[in-house]
Structure formats: structure tokens, C-alpha cells
Design a protein. Structure first.
Length: 201
């Protein structure tokens, strides 16, 4: 137990140190998220999915996630404390996770931030496809978690050694795909680019 406490304390210290070091970069990403999705953040559009969820909330709808092969969404729907059919909160949570995932992805290619990273950020964060997906509040809070889990999996696989290099990334990838199967090609592409970087460096 002491070993676990020490490891958690060490991880917490590393995360706080990273946030302090990257505070301007993270602030830029969050600002970009809020500017790109300001309309969706501060307005509420009721979609068919939200109507279905509102009508059949509870255990029935959670089982629907499992029938679709989205067992991670089934789990997240129990862990997520806020009803996803509300304005602001699900998308706000998703945007924070998306900003963190992009900051992890750029660390795969460079430990220092350059002007190229600042130009690339809008292409990832303000992608029109994401705008469409984020309009579904019943799913959007999971999409952010999926991006974060996938990015973290590739990062751990690239920079860690030993058993953790394989087991933890595999679990994170499985969790990400369990949210939305479309994460599989995205994770594969990020992985390929990270490996190409290692070859050509």
C-alpha cells in the first residue's frame, strides 16, 4: 500500500509540474476550444438522441450502449454525475479532455512547443466532424474521454518500458474503442505517425 501511495504521490507531482510548465500552451488550447464551440456551449439544441435518452433514461438506455458494442459508454453513463441532456456541462467536460489529448499528442513529436504546434491545434480542435459529434450531448462527454484515453495509450506505449508499456495502453485502447469504434483508425494513425517519428529521428 505504501508503494502505491508513493507512486500516486509521484504521479501527482509530475502532473502538477507538467501543468505549470505548459500553462500557456494549455491556456491557448482551452481558449481555442471555447472560441470554436462557443455557440454549441451556450445554446441547447435538442437532437433525436436526447429525446430518446430522456424518454428511456435509466437501466434500459444503459443496456442500449452494450447492445451497440459501446461497453465503455455503459460504464461512463454510471460514472458521469451529470445528466447528459443538459446544456454546457457535457460539452465543457469534452472540450477539456480534447485539449488535454491534443497536448499529449504533440508531446509524441516534440517535448518543446513551437509555432507549428500553435498552427496545428485549430485543425484538430475545430474539426467540423467533431462539431457534428459534439452536438449529441448523450455521446459527447464520452468522446472527450475516448480522445484522452487513446492519446494517453499511444504516449505510454511510446515512452514507457516494461509491462506498463503493453498492458496499460492495451486497456486504454480497449476502453477508447468501447466508447466509439471510430477511435480505432484514429489511434492506429496516431500510432503510425509516432513510430515514423522514432524511425526518422
Amino acid at each position: 500500500m505504501d508503494k502505491l501511495d508513493h507512486r500516486l504521490s509521484q504521479t501527482q507531482t509530475e502532473v502538477i509540474s507538467w501543468i505549470k510548465k505548459e500553462r500557456y500552451w494549455l491556456s491557448y488550447l482551452l481558449l481555442l476550444c471555447f472560441i470554436s464551440f462557443a455557440y454549441e456551449l451556450f445554446n441547447f439544441t435538442l437532437t433525436v438522441d436526447e429525446e430518446f435518452y430522456a424518454d428511456r433514461s435509466g437501466a434500459f438506455f444503459n443496456i442500449e450502449w452494450v447492445r451497440q458494442g459501446r461497453w465503455s459508454m455503459y460504464l461512463l453513463s454510471y460514472l458521469y454525475p451529470i445528466n447528459p441532456i443538459v446544456p454546457f456541462a457535457p460539452l465543457f467536460f469534452t472540450l477539456i479532455c480534447s485539449a488535454l489529448s491534443f497536448s499529449i499528442i504533440v508531446r509524441l513529436f516534440s517535448s518543446e512547443r513551437t509555432i507549428k504546434d500553435y498552427f496545428a491545434a485549430p485543425l484538430f480542435i475545430a474539426c467540423p466532424t467533431l462539431y457534428y459529434v459534439y452536438s449529441f450531448n448523450t455521446l459527447s462527454f464520452g468522446i472527450g474521454v475516448g480522445f484522452l484515453a487513446g492519446a494517453l495509450a499511444i504516449y505510454l506505449f511510446t515512452f514507457r518500458r516494461g509491462v506498463r508499456k503493453w498492458i496499460v495502453p492495451a486497456l486504454l485502447i480497449a476502453f477508447s474503442i468501447g466508447i466509439y469504434q471510430a477511435f480505432l483508425p484514429w489511434i492506429f494513425i496516431v500510432f503510425c505517425f509516432s513510430q515514423l517519428r522514432g524511425i526518422f529521428e
